[in-house]
Design a protein around this ligand. Structure first.
Ligand code: HEC
Length: 360
């Protein structure tokens, strides 16, 4: 008998294989044609605005999640798209999504896509319902058509961002080390969710550049497991000592600390499944050399994950940590021989981007 883990791994694998068989060209025709997706969604500036804009949806969702959006839209609905049902005192019922609401009035985009405004005094009730306004396409389209749509949506990644000049200066690294272990950081950053959504297989070889106090390091060690290995790189020995102490506290034995140089993380070549650079990229004084070295250290199918604090989320008024937008990060990493694979939306505080090696 097969062990249970194998069976479920096999079951999980099947939909991925089927969806890969979808035809994106046919999906595009369905999207623009008979499915009527553009009635509610915009793409490249065209279409309706009841639902979210889909220009970069392929970066934001996995194929499984895109499929779910089509066959069971109510399974995952973001707060701003909950269905609002307003009933006027005269008994007229209007369904839509809320555009704006204050004490006296509410603006709704109705299912036809038209904005409507109501004074609350004129309404008998306003309710938010935990369901999507999007109809399920499970019965309207064949399984093959759903595959085609998923294949098409998965390729929607937006235009490659322009490569700008480097807009930030290397920060005074680790000026506030205690901040890295601040109380409440887990709730703000959800590090366990971040690491688990990277789906690092047991036995993986992983590196973290800028390991600091080991905040992510021990979690990577947990994910890679005893048969895997984590290289924790930092340019300061006292940080590596902190990393080692944190890893020891959590009782992992699969971490090797590496004293890196400003332009060289000193990693083995062609050996790594994943490199994580969390809150450290903006501090690199020679990012080009570092990225070239990271690229060399990765296996052909290896991934680079960059986490940076997002613009608009300072830690109090004295915080001077440079912030990088998704496009700024892409604009620096992609020219160094990488391709964007995913943008993970874990917390709004972070921009978390997953890259693969380009030209494999
Ligand atoms: C009647 C309007 C309507 C139509 C038609 C419609 N959608 Fe939607 N769609 C929505 C709304 C509203 C949401 C946001 C709520 C939700 O997540 O279900 C949404 C959500 C989505 C999402 C999830 C977005 C995210 O951020 O996760 C995807 C993907 C999507 N739609 C694709 C499609 C495709 C493809 C079609 C055509 C086959 C389509 N929609 C047709 C209204 C519509």
């Amino acid at each position: 008998m097969l062990p249970l883990a194998w069976i479920s791994a096999f079951l999980l694998f099947v939909p991925a294989v089927l969806s890969a068989a979808g035809n994106p060209g046919a999906g595009k025709a369905l999207f623009e044609g008979k499915s009527g997706c553009l009635n509610c969604h915009s793409l490249e500036g065209r279409g309706g605005s009841l639902g979210p804009e889909l220009d970069k949806i392929g970066l934001l969702r996995t194929q499984e999640s895109l499929r779910l959006a089509l066959v069971n839209p109510s399974a995952e609905v973001y707060k701003e798209f909950l269905t609002v049902v307003a009933v006027t005192k005269r008994g007229q019922k209007v369904e839509g999504v809320a555009l704006n609401e204050d004490d006296l009035s509410i603006q709704i985009r109705d299912v036809q896509g038209d904005p409507r405004s109501f004074l609350k005094d004129d309404l008998r009730s306003v309710q938010r319902e935990n369901r999507s306004l999007m109809p399920s396409f499970a019965a309207k389209l064949s399984a093959a058509e759903i595959d085609d749509l998923v294949a098409y949506l998965h390729r929607l990644r937006g235009p490659a961002p322009a490569v700008g000049p480097r807009t930030r200066k290397p920060h005074n690294a680790y000026s506030n080390i205690e901040h890295l272990d601040r109380i409440g950081r887990d709730a703000e950053e959800r590090p366990d969710t971040l690491v688990s959504s990277l789906q690092i297989p047991a036995g993986a070889a992983v590196a973290e550049i800028g390991s600091g106090t080991g905040y992510f390091t021990w979690r990577l060690a947990r994910a890679a497991g005893p048969s895997g290995k984590v290289y924790a790189v930092d340019i300061a020995q006292d940080r590596l000592d902190r990393t080692a102490a944190t890893v020891k506290k959590h009782q992992y034995g699969n971490v090797q600390t590496v004293l890196g140089a400003e332009s060289d993380p000193r990693l083995p070549e062609g050996a790594l499944d994943l490199v994580l650079i969390a809150h450290a990229y903006h501090e690199f004084s020679n990012p080009e050399a570092m990225l070239a070295a990271v690229r060399k250290s990765l296996k052909p199918d290896g991934r680079l994950v960059v986490v940076e604090y997002a613009p608009g989320f300072p830690f109090g008024e004295f915080d001077r940590t440079p912030r990088m937008s998704v496009d700024q990060i892409r604009g620096e990493i992609e020219p160094a021989g990488f391709e964007i694979d995913r943008v993970l939306e874990i917390v709004r505080l972070h921009n978390t981007l997953v890259f693969t090696k380009a030209g494999n």
